[in-house]
Write a protein that binds this ligand. Sequence first.
Ligand SMILES: [Fe+2]
Length: 189
Amino acid sequence: MNDTAGHLEPFGVDIDLLTGAMKDPDSYKCTVASTMIPYYADTEAIKRLVETQDDPVHYEVFEKDVPEAEGHIRICISKLLPGKVGEEFFMTKGHYHTVLETAETYLCIAGEGFLLMKTTDGRCLWEPFRPGRLVYCPSSWAHRSINTGPAPLVSLCHYPANAGHNYGDIVKEGFPKRCFDRSGTPVFQ
Ligand SMILES: [Fe+2]
């Protein structure tokens, strides 16, 4: 991918726009349910899920590798499986970018749900995901995907390659809102 001077050469990536599958990703990260125990309201329910389903996959991230330096753009597919922990819909851990002044776009390819976002001073907003909807997450907003549908929620994301991920503050702070299934309707509370 690099030429002799260390510069990135142009490349393409095939993405199935029905399923979101990325062909030949350079990196793959799998998050299993046991690592999600601190994140859900119902700790016993997530522990039960881990034990009874043999610590299943919760979400996967497929990426193309580019240098983690200013000026480059990282391309990733995020795939969050459907399900609930108690009445709380499956979600990703969520993160701030280490470099706060970096935004991100999420283009929903498949499934339905929300991108939940918050600022350090307590603002919390969410944008719906449905196939074909692009959500813009501005710089400084922490973000987490939530799957409220019966199928995997798949998004194509782009963000500055130097952004970095800060998960630690979310473990400490959480988000001001959670998304629950209340008689078949997603409700934030
Ligand atoms: Fe991000």
